[in-house]
Design a protein around this ligand. Structure first.
Ligand code: ADP
Length: 592
């Protein structure tokens, strides 16, 4: 793995670790937040349950006062030993209890003794028992129209009691009490998602959807409180137990509680204080959903982070790959450039060598041309010079002897020799100058006809012939009339030279398209010389017969026209020279 990649993996691993750490650390706070939300949700059913409880309790509140108005009760209280009356009242109360679904309805005299009860026929009936210690009794005796308190009793059944004074005119003669079984109020809580419980001001739980929480104190009760309970027989003192709750507050109305003995469950506890009753009603819902939601959230966040990290990793790796590829490419480019530079240097060296060689060759070529030229010139000029010398010597001799006519003859020969040398000199000048003359459209055939006119004299004197059939079509080419004519004359002269030893030499001219072929039946060109015949001063002719400039000049002229001049040997013998010229365009011809 490259350093860059190792760094990327390190970075991504560090981010992943930090994310995991932050997740783990934020879990408790997240869980608490969800527990607070859960508490807020629980507050709704808690309020409903509290309202339901209050409404149920208030529904029965007017009952004791209504029943207490029955005259038979006053009568019985005034005649407590009347068996028929006792019977009648007992039965009356039993029917009333059955009607209102009360656990018991009973009548006490002012000493607190029960003299009639709906439960008179049942075992454990209140009949005969004294309740002067009960606060509902004392309150009713004090003239309160209805009062209620909740108490467990010695029977162990939790009851809710209402009481009202029984009056005889202005005088209170007894108390009528109704007891309802508390479990009737709890039954509506069953099936709810939360557990409910109601505790009094001492945090003593007397109602709950969980039967095992009944009669349990949420905090240790003080000795004084325990004494009071024992004295009032308010709760079955032997069953009083502690409900060991450890709580952590979540907000004002909610806390997270852990109940000892329920190891797997802790709860979110939402409380509502019922001010008028001085009770606290609570809803307990399992904490697990909040924990699961927190885990869920962390899982989603974690997965999202994982996804993002994977994407980041992929992105960074791609970048690294691209950077590596770029670096490789640049390295390859650098190597290539270095190689190219090296090769270029080599090539430049080679080129330099080549140029030097070329210069050397040109130099050598020039020297060789110069050599050939000097040889040709010395041939050309030596012979007439020698002749001039001997004619001059002779003329002097003849003059000395006064033989004037002979002297004159020799002097005129000297003049001819001078003319000849002037001709050679003009040839050379012409070759050297190569004047840049204008070119234009020409009728190829017309130039050929003019060249034939020039050659006519030689043909007549030597008995040679030119075979030429002009084509029917007009062939327009690019060139200069006089120069092209000079080329054609030169080629025909060369052909006649090559056939010198023939008695009936025939030069054949053929014009097709823009190419003119000049063919002879001479010995042809020696194969090894074909490459040299266009060189200046190359000649195979005897001194005085040729300077070796004709073909060279012709070649340059045709090149100046943009055409080509080439030489070959004909398969049937003899040489063939071909002149190919550029065709003149219609526009050029029209402009002519
Ligand atoms: P020159 O005619 O003065 O020698 P040219 O340049 O015209 O110079 O010709 C060069 C040489 O080419 C001639 O000496 C000859 O050897 C060869 N040559 C030219 N024309 C012909 C031909 N038709 N047949 C054979 N050889 C030729």
């Amino acid at each position: 793995m490259t350093l860059a990649r190792r760094r990327i993996f390190g970075l991504v691993a560090a981010i992943a670790l930090i994310t995991a750490l932050v997740g783990a650390l934020s879990f408790p706070a997240l869980e608490r937040q969800y527990m607070r939300q859960q508490a807020a949700q629980d507050a709704v059913p808690l309020n409903l349950a509290a309202e339901g409880l209050r409404a149920a309790l208030e529904r029965y509140a007017p009952l004791p006062a209504l029943i207490a108005e029955r005259s038979e009760l006053t009568r019985l209280l005034n005649n407590p030993n009347d068996p028929a009356l006792i019977n009648a009242v007992n039965e009356d109360l039993r029917q009333t209890a059955a009607t209102v679904k009360a656990s018991d309805v009973y009548l006490m005299d002012i000493s607190g003794r029960t003299i009639a009860a709906a439960s008179y026929r049942e075992a454990g009936s209140y009949l005969g028992r004294n309740f002067d210690y009960q606060s509902y009794f004392t309150q009713a005796l004090n003239g309160d129209l209805s009062s209620f308190s909740v108490y467990g009793t010695t029977t162990g059944e939790r009851g809710y009691f209402y009481a009202a004074p029984v009056e005889d005119g202005e005088r209170i003669v007894g108390v009528l009490a109704i007891k309802f079984n508390i479990s009737a109020f709890e039954s509506i809580w069953r099936g709810a998602d939360s557990e409910f419980m109601v505790a009094d001001r001492n945090d003593f739980v007397f109602m709950s959807s969980r039967p095992d929480w009944h009669f349990r104190a949420m905090r240790p009760l003080s000795d004084a409180t325990l004494r009071l309970i024992a004295q009032n027989l308010q709760y079955p003192i032997d069953r009083i137990d502690l409900l060991p709750i450890t709580s952590t507050p979540l907000n004002d109305d909610a806390q997270q509680v852990y109940i000892e003995g329920e190891p797997r469950e802790s709860y979110v506890l939402t409380s509502l204080h019922l001010t008028d009753l001085d009770w606290t009603m609570s809803a307990l819902s399992p904490r697990r959903p909040a924990t699961l939601r927190a885990l869920n959230t962390l899982l989603i966040v974690g997965l999202t982070a994982l996804l993002a990290l994977t994407a980041l990793l992929a992105y960074l790796l791609k970048q690294a790959r691209q950077a590596e590829a770029l670096a490789k490419e640049q390295e390859a480019k650098r190597v290539l450039e270095a190689a190219v530079a090296e090769r270029t240097a080599d090539l430049q060296t080679a080129l330099g060598d080549l140029e030097r060689t070329q210069t050397d060759l040109i130099q050598a070529g020039k020297l060789s041309a110069l050599g050939q030229m000097s040889a040709a010139l010395s041939h050309e000029f030596n012979q007439p010079l020698a002749a001039v010398k001997s004619y001059a010597d002779n003329a002097a001799e003849f003059l000395e002897r006064d033989r004037l006519p002979e002297a004159q003859d020799n002097i005129s020969r000297i003049s001819k020799m001078a003319d000849r040398m002037a001709t050679i000199s003009a040839h050379l000048r012409n070759f050297a100058r190569r004047p840049q003359q204008a070119t234009g459209p020409l009728l190829f055939n017309a130039v050929i006809q003019d060249a034939l006119a020039v050659i006519e004299m030689r043909l007549t004197s030597e008995g040679g012939q030119v075979a030429y059939t002009p084509p029917e079509a007009e062939i327009w080419v690019v060139g200069g009339h006089v120069r092209l004519q000079q080329v054609i004359v030169n080629l025909i002269n060369n052909a006649l030279d090559a056939m010198e030893d023939q008695s009936q030499p025939v030069v054949t001219l053929t014009l097709a398209d823009t190419t003119l072929l000049v063919r002879d039946t001479g010995p042809g060109i020696e194969p090894t010389k074909v490459r040299n015949i266009f060189d200046p001063f190359f000649t195979t002719k005897a001194p005085g017969k040729g300077l070796g400039l004709g073909l060279s000049i012709s070649y340059n002229i045709v090149s100046d026209f943009g055409g080509t001049l080439s030489a070959a040997n004909h398969p049937d013998g003899g040489a063939v020279f071909s002149v190919t010229l550029q065709p003149a365009t219609v526009v050029e011809v029209a402009a002519q």
